[in-house]
Design a protein. Sequence first.
Length: 738
Amino acid sequence: MPIRPPALDDRSFDDLVADLVRRIPAHAPEWTNPREGDPGRTLIDLFAWLADTILYRANLIPERQRLAFLRLLGAGMRPAVPAQGLLQVTIADPAASVPAQLGLFTGIEKPVPFETLSELTVHAVEGRCYLKRKPTPDEDRALANLLPDLKDLYGIGGRPAGYVTTPLFADAAEPAGRDVIAESRDGCLWVALLAGKPDAALVGQVRDELGGGSANRRRVLNVGIAPAVTMPEAFDDIGIRARIAHVWEIATGADSGTGDDYLPLDVLADGSAGLTRTGVVRLLLPGKDDMGAPTNDVLRQHLAGVADRPPRIDDPEIAARLVTWLRMRPVAGRAAARPASLKLAWAGVNAVAIEARRTLGRQVIGQGTGASALELSLGAQSVEAASLVVEVEEEEGMRAWRQVPDTAAAGRDDRVYSLDTEAGSVRFGDGVRGLVPGAGRMIQVVRMRAGGGASGNLPPGSIKAITAPAGAPRLKVTQPLATTGGADSESLAVAEARIPAMIRHGGRAVTAADYKELALRTPGVALGRVEVLERFKPQQRRDGVPGVVSVMVMPARSGTALPAPRPDRPTLETVYAWLDERRPLATELYVIGTDYVPIGVSAAVELVDSSQREAVLNAVSEAIRLHLWALPPGGPDGSGWPLGRLVDDRAIETVIGRVAGVRTVAPVHLFARRPGERRWRMVPEDSSGRARLPLLRWQMPELLMLAVSEGDASSTTLPPARAAGEPDVAVPVVPETC
């Protein structure tokens, strides 16, 4: 039988009142009408309420024992995970030239408390991204007769290659991404730093401030980078992505059309980990004499925008605001050539990384009692361990104590404490293992950061203001990307549910059950299903390879609408990083998506009541989709379609027959198509008269085409289908203008 904590007393308020009323004839026979509202009945109700409160507190004892058991195991509940994202801050006054300064952990109050993770110098510039975009085929045909003339005009020795100056991320981020290498002529991302308005004097002042201003101290420029989230193929090799070698350069104002016109910038910090994740790159700018911009006026310089010069801007208002150019240029690394593709979802200047936590300053949390194992609450939950500083009063004054995982391993004279991150409490030693704070001694928290949770996952544009310091100019805040990664703290029920697995594997992945359990518990990732393929090497589709473990993950999704659940690259990388720390040293680990086999189904049914035709046919369609769905409650047994299980037409007919309103079911036809084909071919019947589609042990079906009709025969043909996950192609129409 299951182990359930017993209730020490299960009597309720009503039970207590009824018991007391039954005792009235024995103790007060003259009281013959104990109705509600009688003074005596009121006393009975009051006593029952007090007794019910006492019983409630008594029944909490098993709850405290469960928490104590978790603590003895060293398995406290997991804290909330804070959401993270990027914020762009600009000075609202277009005539401003002096930058504003925001310190580390500057607060954001609404709609959810956030903090900045670095200091930010808000320069009085706007950053606009541009691309030297390759012309489309239609544009190439239009330029075919013009390029030879341009070659003569510019005196070009080689073959001229036209480009179109194209702004990027002008209004918002582009989640699908823009490939700054494959789409451009030079493989570079250009960022124009623009003053607030087209005023030559203002442009000079802004350039002077970028170059150090009156303090003549080199400034730092924050550039936010967000690589596009990609959907990897089913068995792509997922691990820690290699950094993309690149350089950041600034235009010096020279106009030779060569690489000598640019000065490489020092990178103080790279939060993007080499353009592999969303983050902030902090660039150290040169002095004002080493930055500038060549002219865009073709009347003054007919070679504007030619060769290695910045993109030519033909809008005179924007050109008059130009302070200087930044250029991000991927280069060949030590062991690899320059990458052929780099998709970015957003890039911009004056960016800062934010996190859904709040910094709390000095506060008194209690006093020492002289007793061992003193435990005090910090007044906040989900505390960041690295930020916590605790001081205890001693003879010479306040003294910082050291945080350790467990005070049981401390020495007798060690000034240590342990932290329960989720509960937000600290525990001191017992005098034998760690010092005990003296009786009456003050205990203070100097600083800590706390917070987190799923409430911090906000869509773009949710954050509109930041807490600016006194005297700062009015600031404009833009949130170009959604904040992600926030997760609520673990509940007691969930913590208890993982105790058996924790005792079994001890946080180490050895058996297939260990890998599955640990993958499902990956912090900050919602997974709907995990399958472990032992001795399977995904890239080669080889089975029986010793020492190899492939973990197939599927994201949690509701409903059975297309497309089938596929994990994106950040999900696979997060799970891989979580499992990689827990695998045996000799194990070769792969975290992969699902290898789906596209199938089609045609079915026909006879209805009990034709007046409900659409409702019944929709129910039949949903039943078929649910039967072939990869996640619970789909599949034949409600746990998702089993890996490698063949698709049987008779099983689908059985599922259809269970739908209310169906009188009879016509034979079902299965369809498949070869890779790269659009035409469906019907799966032939075997010798037993059944159509069955076999799958390899790492494959699952994906229902891409479904035809359900009313009648006595299913369709034997299906219309051509598009490939799984293939997006719609938007074809613009170019209007004629004069």
